[in-house]
Design a protein around this ligand. Structure first.
Ligand SMILES: *Cc1c(COP(=O)(O)O)cnc(C)c1O
Length: 445
């Protein structure tokens, strides 16, 4: 699991960091090694109680290990522990955050976005909908019924009316349902999900951009999970067109802690029009004295934020720039291929019925039995059996009205069906696909 070379690299970098403060009078904090060692031993034991998220045998929820560069840079920065709220608390890490933002924006064809890192996708979406609500007061927010549940809850927090619109049989926002809502005249913001969390389906952004010309509303793209896939060159044409549309939306959320190889605590919100920064204005009496330059706390709802997140992200983007054809894009391409391969293999396995072909790297599949009730029970039992065999999956409950068309000969005798769900977020899943299929077949009830 652990490549101990990471510690060598961290040690060398720490020495370099330390040298920068050599001019100060000697001051080295001390601690009781033995006491720490005893507690750490207990911590390490307790941490064994986890699924092996880093291993290709973990093919369930959206969990991806941070890149070693991110882990090392994050750890390194903890000896400074910068706070990216104000420049007084983190000059270098604030500068790094400001460099990361245009690099992320460039993936979407944005030239000079306003943006910052957040604690995660939830906070980032909250900020984007807060801005949307300020610009369209009293108007509704709509998102698809397969959008992340956070949008409904955030709208509630912000006091904005929210409606969910139907999805088509592939899990994408239904255009006729969107238009029906728009025709009521009170929609201020449409949330378009670029890869929903359950199915990985990408909403039809080009058509929604056309509707915007007719009806006038704000488009917020929730690309928390899927955003980085725009770098892949072998997306299906309609998915490619959706990603190409991002250049024309008003705000985007992307989670570096999902597909961007970062430790948790790293989301990002971007605004096309930097003038929305004025909405964040506040007069803190004690924060921003060290310079007239932008302090990130002036454009963020969160106050203290980990400079370590910015340092880790900067280092990762330096090592693997966010460009088409680069190493980072190639690793996402491997995840795409892994998902297609798993879908294909399951379609040829008598024990399984895969649902919609994966648009990104999430594969959803039912266990092939006589009816949806027994299929759901079989999925739950397979989930447990697979874990005993060392393969870790996730489950998803889907309305049969939505996915019935994909269920083949499984008779529909329930309102919903429990399916298995594998987010193949690790590039290594491409090479491990056969082993995953073997274990799946071996775990059938
Ligand atoms: C994960 C996710 C979120 C929530 O983000 P967190 O980082 O978990 O707070 C929102 N939207 C989508 C599409 C997601 O996949």
């Amino acid at each position: 699991m652990i490549n101990y070379n990471e510690l060598k690299l961290l040690r060398a970098a720490l020495k370099k960091l330390d040298a920068g403060f050599a001019g100060l009078p000697e001051f080295t904090p001390e601690f009781d090694d033995a006491a720490l060692a005893a507690v750490l031993d207990e911590v390490a034991t307790r941490m064994q109680d986890n699924y092996p998220y880093y291993h290709p045998h973990y093919a369930g929820q959206m969990l991806k290990p941070p890149h070693p560069i991110a882990r090392i840079a994050y750890a390194l920065s903890l000896w400074i522990n910068p706070n990216n709220h104000a420049l007084d608390g983190g000059r270098a890490s604030s500068a790094m955050e400001k460099e990361c933002i245009p690099q992320i924006g460039a993936m979407f064809g944005w030239e000079a976005p306003l943006g910052h890192l957040t604690g995660g996708g939830t906070m980032a979406n909250l900020e984007a909908l807060w801005v949307a609500g300020k610009l369209h007061p009293g108007k509704r927010v709509i998102a698809s019924s397969q959008a992340h549940y956070t949008h409904q809850r955030i709208s509630d927090v912000l006091g904005l009316a929210f409606s969910a619109v139907d999805v088509d049989s592939d899990g994408r926002m239904s255009l006729s349902s969107v238009e029906e809502e728009l025709s009521k005249g009170d929609v201020g913001t449409v949330v378009v999900t670029m890869g929903n969390t359950g199915l990985g389906a990408v909403d039809p952004l080009p058509a929604i951009l056309q509707l915007k010309e007719r009806y006038g509303f704000r488009i917020h793209a929730d690309a928390a999970y899927g955003g980085y896939f725009g770098l892949c060159e072998d997306l299906e044409p309609r998915t490619r067109q959706a990603f190409d549309g991002l250049v024309n939306v008003d705000s985007i959320v992307i989670d570096p802690h999902k597909h961007g190889l970062q430790p948790y605590g790293c989301g990002c919100v971007l605004y096309k029009d930097p003038s929305v920064g004025a909405l964040y204005r506040h007069d803190s009496p004690y924060t921003y004295f060290s310079s007239a330059e932008l302090h990130l706390g002036e454009i963020s709802l969160e106050c203290s934020r980990p400079g370590a997140s910015a340092v880790a992200l900067w280092a990762t983007q330096k090592l693997m720039p966010l460009v088409k054809g680069g190493d980072f894009a190639a690793s996402l391409g491997a995840s795409l291929r892994a998902a297609r391969q798993l879908h294909h293999r399951l379609a040829n396995s008598p024990g399984f019925v895969p649902l919609m072909p994966p648009e990104l790297d999430i594969v959803v599949y039912a266990v092939n039995t006589d009816d949806t009730t027994s299929s759901s029970a079989a999925a739950r039992s397979l989930f447990t059996k697979a874990a005993e065999n060392g393969l870790h999956l996730a489950m998803i409950e889907l309305p049969t009205a939505l996915v019935g068309g994909y269920l083949g000969n499984i008779e529909i005798n329930s309102k919903s069906v429990t399916c298995l769900r594998s987010a193949l977020m690790k590039p290594e899943h491409e090479d491990w696909c056969e082993r995953v299929v073997d274990l799946l077949e071996k775990s059938l009830p």
